[in-house]
Design a protein around this ligand. Structure first.
Ligand code: S3P
Length: 446
């Protein structure tokens, strides 16, 4: 599913303190995986708190096209009747992945070890993103591909059964690639092994185990070794999806930056492979308190109380990048308002996300009046010391390049500016956070 082609521009301006309590929608990564694994378990899986963003709806549509029955109840709980591992059906039409890299790469893994053929298509942003990183291991397992030049969409994937179990050492720190191989391993006899030199988000491992797959995680010479035992039988589950820390990030930084703010963000997922942003912000002087730490759906969760704080620039350790890979665009906004210099390196992966996020954020923040230097693998930002950014000039809009996180980051920059920031298109926000603007009004309504 793709959002409307008509751009929806908007100027975001300072609207005072953020106060009260809000709850962000369900985690995108966990939502995708609950639909995929539910679609492979025979019987009914029930999912509450599913993110109803366009990316996740693309996954739901694809799983339906391959045989699962998926519907949303009036109570907001999603019900999935799966087909069983090995029994995905040949989709009759191309699978339209919209803007969603996660749907594409994980589903390529699933299809690769089934004896079916699928065509994957996407919007202009997704059609530029590299798929070679999953084509390589899945080809080793026996699947074959006809991709567009540069290993991009549209592409046709011919799966194979039986597929060949492999040991694959990740050449890039990518949970999507890891998950594609593990999901292909589900329907592959024997042990499929992924070696992860740098740990990435582990939602697939947690959820595969939760559905009853035999999955072992070990460590050798500082590397994570993940083994899935194939021809798994998945058991249907009841899942509660925690709130998405990547969505909470926008409100956390908006509250840190807006004087007088004191905001509680409820039910935020704090899986250590995801939550490094909150530690980095604390190191910068941010007041972020965890309340009522608990477990939801096999994931650590807390309510976050965030108060306006004076931030100081820091050098961000490149080792934390995988644990906050999606949060750099909004961190750059915090850095633009901090006292002193913030240095970020090791971010080459940001160039192949929904947009080239280093170039897009450097251009957008510069237009809004921030001091930014762009390097091949990061940005160095000289903050204002708490003074608002000037904002974009009348008639000048920053470009989001079909990237939801650029749109939301620059919306927050607008809240922390004198004249506001005009965002050329807010439509992409619906891919991951359809209630973003509504929650912003709630939090700033006093
Ligand atoms: C995701 C993994 C990350 C992240 C994406 C979601 C996932 O991508 O950027 O938004 O759900 O596995 P990479 O694994 O390519 O870094």
């Amino acid at each position: 599913m793709s959002h409307s082609n008509t751009p929806s521009p908007k100027r975001f301006k300072s609207s005072g303190a953020l106060t009260g309590r809000i709850a962000v929608p369900g985690d995108k990564s966990i939502s995708h995986r609950s639909l995929m694994l539910g679609a492979l378990a025979v019987g009914e899986t029930r999912v509450s708190g599913l993110l109803e963003g366009e990316d996740v709806l693309s996954t739901a549509a694809a799983m339906r096209a391959m045989g699962a029955t998926i519907h949303r109840g009036d109570d907001g709980v999603w019900s999935i009747h799966g087909v069983g591992v090995g029994s995905l059906l040949q989709p009759e039409q191309a699978l339209d992945m919209g803007n969603s890299g996660t749907s594409t790469r994980l589903l390529m893994g699933l299809v690769a070890s089934h004896p079916i053929r699928a065509v994957f298509t996407g919007d202009p942003s997704l059609s530029k993103r590299p798929m070679g990183r999953v084509i390589t291991p899945l080809s080793q397992m026996g699947a074959s591909f006809e991709a567009s030049p540069g290993g991009t969409l549209p592409l046709m994937l011919r799966g194979i059964s039986p597929a060949v179990p492999i040991t694959y050492r990740l050449p890039v720190a990518s949970a999507q690639v890891k998950s594609a191989v593990l999901l292909a391993g589900l329907n592959t006899a024997g042990i499929t092994r992924v070696i992860e030199p740098v740990p990435t988000r582990d939602h697939s491992e947690r959820m595969l185990r939760g559905f009853g797959a035999k999955l072992d995680v070990g460590e050798e010479s500082g590397e994570r070794i993940i083994e899935i035992h194939g021809e798994a039988d998945l058991q249907p589950q009841t899942i509660t999806v925690p709130g998405d820390p990547s969505s909470a990030a926008f409100f956390t930084i908006a509250a840190l930056l807006a004087p007088g703010s004191d905001l509680v963000i409820e039910n935020v997922g704090l899986n250590p492979t995801r939550a490094a942003l909150f530690d980095v912000l604390r190191d910068m002087g941010g007041s972020i308190e965890e309340l009522d730490r608990r477990e939801v759906g096999g994931e650590p969760v807390a309510d976050l109380r965030v108060k306006h704080s004076a931030l100081t620039g820091i050098e961000v350790d490149p080792a934390v990048v995988p644990a906050m890979v999606d949060e750099f665009p909004i961190l750059f906004v915090a850095a633009s308002l901090a006292q002193g210099t913030t240095t970020t390196r090791g971010l080459e992966e940001l160039r192949v996300k929904e947009s080239d996020r280093l170039a897009a954020m450097a251009a957008a923040l510069t237009l809004a009046g921030a001091k930014v230097e762009e390097y091949g693998d990061g940005l160095v930002i000289e903050g204002t010391g708490g003074d608002p950014l000037p904002g974009t000039a009348d008639g000048v809009a920053i470009t989001t390049h079909l990237d939801h996180r650029i749109a939301m980051s620059m919306a927050v920059a607008g809240l922390a500016s004198d004249n506001g920031v005009k965002v050329d298109d807010t439509a992409p926000i619906a891919t991951s956070f359809p209630t973003f603007e509504t929650l912003l009004s709630v939090a700033t309504s006093g």
